[in-house]
Every structure is written in structure tokens, then in C-alpha cells.
Design a protein around this ligand. Structure first.
Ligand code: G6P
Length: 605
């Protein structure tokens, strides 16, 4: 899973490609590289450090050219070493970048070895480069079209050949690729954002498309090789540098942006109306009797939280499933389901595939809760609700999560109202509670100094347990995920009642146990679970609502939340857990915004 950019122009295109890579780093950052055609064989620079290092290299070596391709990598086949970094060459004539996974690369490699091709990397990508080279008879467009017929798996590629110095050819199947149309220059990229500033006119290539970019022309052929006209769309992607301001990392900045992001996401109207989800929502909502929520990672946890709201407020049966599981198992389709996909990016490969799978099974009603209005997911669903978190740069999701929770609460309230379970007074109460959220969040953010003090203890631990119950169990899951992904401390979350069925065996003085303790109906049960931990010497770190009467003592540390938040409590309780993970990671000196081995947007399965 990676990001690619390509360009043909009449100016040195390397700075545009490098800037494009910077904006695509959210797709992976294990290595990066660029290759240009500048009369003769392609020249390249590659780095296993960040794009800034690549930039330095190209400046030092005066790597310049009018035609070029570039890549930022998230390693799948082959370690993140220079040799596996793209662009990959074939016989110093052809350069190629790839996002995706080729499933039949082993048989292709054997076939190509038989033709005398030598493999110098451990990537699956190298087979594509040699395959196209082996088919090249003077027309790169034709060679790529022939080559892709033999590929199984997912790919978006950009290719250049030394004998066609003003041409870049691209193809896509299963991985995104857009063409950017300029004046006397044309571009390719995994995402329109990469080309912001160069063009606002895009063709979103369709599955199986192959395209040829020259200075004056873009040609697109569909999977059957027929020339096709694709719609040109205008997208004003904001590519400007996002400022860090007074913050140390984007994650910290994004945690502190949550009051604003949430206030931008809360609907302006004082009532919950189906039209918030699209013109067709009123009819669709009337035809459903259950929900199927599909998502990955943090978005999956927002789905899990929503299940509690949807079943208690709207009384509508709700199933939540990890997208990568749903897409491959036999399930029983129900035409009365509303399939809800939740995604910050709207491009996560497993969630997209799960959505398409659900549609192929006959599910007509689909809704995306997404932070990117131009994303594939929003384009593919009947209904949508956009979160307005703004660009999220930190790999560990924060403001996208809390804005998804807002969207899903609005969905629960809307369905509850339609189904007769939310009357006017409850509706007004929910609206008031939503409007109070930004101020409530600001008070929670003011707890940061106390959380910093805790993070010193945490930074010396190697394991942590997180406990929650009911509506706050998914919040415990999200807290554990945040801690493990950025501080590399092993963390697990359990519904507190389940403790005695296994995890209690792990509890010793060395095990910090973080507990989410809102003042809800399960508080007394939760207190018993905390006693079970104390009795085994476990150290408790409790985030308690203001009115819970849980007080600090030996082995029991308490941070008191400023208020008791009622039904929206998960949105507030997750914030101290984000801060705890963040400051623990800072104490351990990790790369908070770009944790090892991860990527912001996972566009391969
Ligand atoms: C990656 C990110 C996570 C994110 C997940 C789902 O794993 O690192 O932060 O929650 O993908 O992404 P999506 O864009 O679909 O919400």
C-alpha cells in the first residue's frame, strides 16, 4: 500500500513530484523514491528515510527532468530497504511505481526468469516492470494494456520508458488512481490531494482503466481496450501545508482541535431530520429494520459504540463487523438492512471491498460516514454523512473518531425519532447535549497536566490493561489501540465483567489497569471489578466522572472528569485516553505522527 505520483511537463517536474509525495505520506512512509527521464536512461533517487531526505538527495545530485514518476511505500512484499524502494527499473529502460499487491507474482517471476530477466528486489512489483518491458514493442500504452491482462491482484501503476520521453502510462485495478489535467502538462496520482496547486481538473479512473499521458493529451482505455471518455471533475483539493502551531505533533494538535471539529460536525438544525443523510434517506430509512456497520481500526470502534446508541435510542437491531472479515465470510444478506460504512479516509481497501460485497449480495441501502467528501466510499453509497474533522495527519486517529461518534449519535437520534422512540422533549434534550459538547471537551482537555504526570509512570511499563463496561467498553478498546500504536506498549482492553475469565491472571504490580468509570448504571459493577484488580496488587488508573465518589488511595489513582455527561459520555471519555497515549509516546521518544509499520490510510487488503 503506497502512494504514487507521475507527470509529463515542459518544466522540471521533480519539485511537484516531491511535494506530491509529502502529501501522500499518509499512505505509507517505509521508503520513497523518484525517477525521471532526462534524455536517455531513467535516473532515480530512493530513500528509506522520509521525503525530506529524498528531497535533499535530488537537490545534491541535480536530479531533474520533464517526465517523472514517484512513490512512497508501505512495505508488503520485501523489507523496507533501498533495493525494494520504488521506482523499480527493468533493464535500465523502464521505470515503474506500484500501489497494490500482485497475487500471481511467483508464477510471473518464473516465466520472466525463463526469458532472462534478473530480479534484484524482493518486491512483487518487479514482475510488472519486467513484464511490461518484455511486451514493449515501441508503444508503452499497448505494452501496459497487454501486461495488465496477466496480473491478478490489486494495482495502480505509473510507468515511463526511455524511448518515449514525453509519456507516462498508468493503470488501475483495485487501487485508486486519478489523472490530473494541466495546460501543456498532465499528471497521475493516487489521490487528488497530491496534485493540489498543479490542477483542479481530474479524471477518477475506473476499475480496469489504462491511461496514456502526453503533454497535450490524455487517452483512457477501459478494461476491454476500448477508448473511452471519462468525466472530468473539478476538485479544489486543499494541499496547503497544515501548520503545527504551538503543538509538538499533529496528533496533539488534532486532539485539541476536537471542540472545533465536533462543532463543525453537529448539524445546524435543531431537529433530527432524515435529510441530514441525503435526499433519499427518508425513503431508505422507512424501508429498513436493522443496521449492518462495517469498518476497520478506530472507525470500527466508533461503530461498536454506535451499536449501543442505535439499539437503546432507536431500538433498531445493529450488527457491527470488521470489514476484512465480513468481505470473505458467508453471511446472510437482508434486503432490509442499512449497510453503514465508517471511514475517515473513505479509501480503506477492506471497507470499500466490504461495501461492494454487501452491494453484490443485494443490499440496496448504504450509508457512508466519512471525512472525505470526494472519496470512493462516498461516491459508492446511496446516502452519506460527512464528518467535518478537517484534515487529520497523525496516523493515530483522534478527531476523526470523535466526529464519527457525533455523526452516529445523530443517526441513532434520527432513526429513534422516525421510529417513534424519541419524542420532542427528548429530541430537544439531545440537541442541547450535542451543543454543549465543544465546551465540555474544552474542560476535559484542561486535564492534560494531570495526564502528563501519569504518562511518566506509563512510559516505563511494557503492558497495560484497559477496562470499560457497556457503552464505554469500545472506548477502552480505542484507548488500548491508541497506546499500542504510538507508544509500542502492549495494551489490551476488556469489558470489565470479563476480567475474571482470563486477563486477571496477568494482573500484578507491574500491570497498570486503566479504567473508564462514568457514573452510569454499571458503576457499582465496575467498582467490584476494580476491587478484583486491587486485591491482586494491580495498579489502577481511573478516569471517573465528577460524581462517582471514587477517591485516590494506595494503588488507585483517579483523574476526575469535569462533569457527568450522560448519553454522550463516550465522546468525552475517549479524550483523556488519547492524551495518555500521546504523552506516554512522547516520553518514550517514538515518532508519534508516523508510528513504525503503520499508515494513515490502508489502501491494500
Ligand atoms: C489505519 C489507520 C487507523 C484507521 C484505520 C481505518 O489503520 O492507521 O487510524 O482507523 O486505518 O481507516 P479509515 O480511513 O477507514 O477510517
Amino acid at each position: 500500500m503506497c502512494g504514487i505520483v507521475g507527470a509529463v511537463a515542459q518544466r522540471n517536474i521533480v519539485p511537484v513530484l516531491i511535494e506530491g509525495l509529502r502529501r501522500l505520506e499518509y499512505r505509507g512512509y517505509d521508503s520513497c523514491g523518484v525517477a525521471v527521464l532526462a534524455g536517455g536512461e531513467p535516473r532515480r533517487a530512493r530513500s528509506v528515510a522520509r521525503v525530506a531526505d529524498l528531497d535533499e538527495q535530488v537537490r545534491e545530485t541535480h536530479l531533474e527532468g520533464f517526465t517523472g514518476i514517484a512513490h512512497t511505500r508501505w512495505a508488503t512484499h520485501g523489507a523496507p530497504v533501498t533495493n525494494n524502494a520504488h521506482p523499480i527499473f527493468s533493464r535500465n529502460a523502464l521505470a515503474l511505481v506500484h500501489n497494490g499487491i500482485i497475487e500471481n507474482y511467483e508464477s510471473l517471476r518464473e516465466m520472466l526468469r525463463g526469458k532472462g530477466y534478473e530480479f534484484v528486489s524482493q518486491t512483487d512489483t518487479e514482475v510488472i516492470a519486467h513484464l511490461i518491458h518484455s511486451l514493449y514493442r515501441g508503444d508503452l500504452f499497448v505494452a501496459v494494456r497487454e501486461a495488465v491482462q496477466q496480473l491478478h491482484g490489486a494495482y495502480a501503476i505509473a510507468v515511463e520508458h526511455k524511448d518515449q520521453p514525453n509519456t507516462v502510462v498508468g493503470a488501475r485495478q483495485g487501487s485508486p488512481l486519478v489523472v490530473g489535467l494541466g495546460q501543456g502538462e498532465n499528471f497521475l496520482a493516487s489521490d487528488a490531494l497530491a496534485l493540489a496547486g498543479s490542477t483542479e481538473h481530474f479524471i477518477f479512473l475506473e476499475e480496469g482503466d489504462v491511461c496514456e499521458l502526453t503533454l497535450e493529451r490524455v487517452r483512457v482505455a477501459d478494461r476491454d481496450g476500448r477508448d473511452v471518455e471519462r468525466e472530468v471533475r473539478t476538485v479544489a483539493a486543499y494541499g496547503g501545508a497544515v501548520e503545527l502551531g504551538p503543538y509538538r505533533h499533529f496528533m496533539q494538535k488534532e486532539i485539541f482541535e476536537q471542540p472545533r471539529a465536533i462543532s463543525d460536525t453537529i448539524p445546524q438544525a435543531d431537529s433530527f431530520d432524515a435529510s441530514l443523510f441525503g435526499d433519499a434517506a427518508a425513503r431508505a430509512f422507512g424501508e429498513i429494520d436493522n443496521l449492518l456497520i462495517l469498518a476497520c481500526g478506530t472507525s470500527y470502534y466508533s461503530g461498536l459504540t454506535a451499536k449501543y446508541w442505535l439499539e437503546s435510542i432507536a431500538k433498531i437491531p445493529t450488527q457491527v463487523e470488521i470489514a476484512s472479515e465480513y468481505r470473505y465470510r458467508d453471511s446472510v444478506p437482508n434486503p432490509k438492512s442499512l449497510v453503514v460504512v465508517i471511514s475517515q479516509s473513505g479509501e480503506t481497501a477492506d471497507t470499500l471491498a466490504a461495501l461492494k460485497h454487501a452491494q453484490s449480495l443485494g443490499h440496496r441501502h448504504t450509508l457512508s460516514v466519512c471525512n472525505v467528501g470526494t472519496s470512493a466510499m462516498v461516491r459508492l453509497t446511496e446516502l452519506s454523512f460527512l464528518t467535518h474533522a478537517g484534515r487529520e495527519i497523525g496516523v493515530a486517529s483522534t478527531k476523526a473518531f470523535t466526529t464519527q461518534l457525533v455523526a452516529l449519535f445523530v443517526l441513532a437520534a434520527t432513526l429513534g425519532k422516525l421510529r417513534g422512540h424519541v419524542d420532542a422533549s427528548l429530541e430537544a434534550q439531545y440537541v442541547r447535549q450535542l451543543r454543549h459538547l465543544p465546551a465540555a471537551l474544552n474542560s476535559v482537555l484542561a486535564l492534560e497536566p494531570q495526564i502528563i504526570a501519569w504518562s511518566e509512570d506509563f512510559s516505563r511499563k511494557e503492558n497495560a490493561l484497559f477496562l470499560g463496561r457497556g457503552l464505554h467498553y469500545p472506548i477502552a478498546l480505542e484507548g488500548a489501540l491508541k497506546l499500542k500504536e504510538i507508544s509500542y506498549i502492549h495494551a489490551e482492553a476488556y469489558p470489565a465483567g470479563e476480567l475474571k475469565h482470563g486477563p486477571l491472571a496477568l494482573v500484578t504490580e507491574a500491570m497498570p489497569v486503566v479504567t473508564v468509570a462514568p457514573n452510569d448504571a454499571l458503576l457499582e459493577k465496575l467498582k467490584s471489578n476494580m476491587q478484583e484488580v486491587r486485591a491482586r496488587g494491580g495498579e489502577l488508573y481511573v478516569f471517573a466522572d465528577s460524581d462517582t465518589r471514587i477517591v485516590s488511595e494506595e494503588g488507585l489513582h483517579v483523574i476526575r472528569m469535569p462533569e457527568h455527561y450522560g448519553v454522550l459520555s463516550p465522546i468525552l471519555h475517549v479524550v483523556p485516553l488519547q492524551l495518555l497515549a500521546y504523552h506516554t509516546a512522547c516520553s518514550r521518544g517514538t515518532d508519534v505522527d508516523k508510528p513504525r509499520n503503520l499508515a494513515k490510510s490502508v489502501t491494500v487488503e
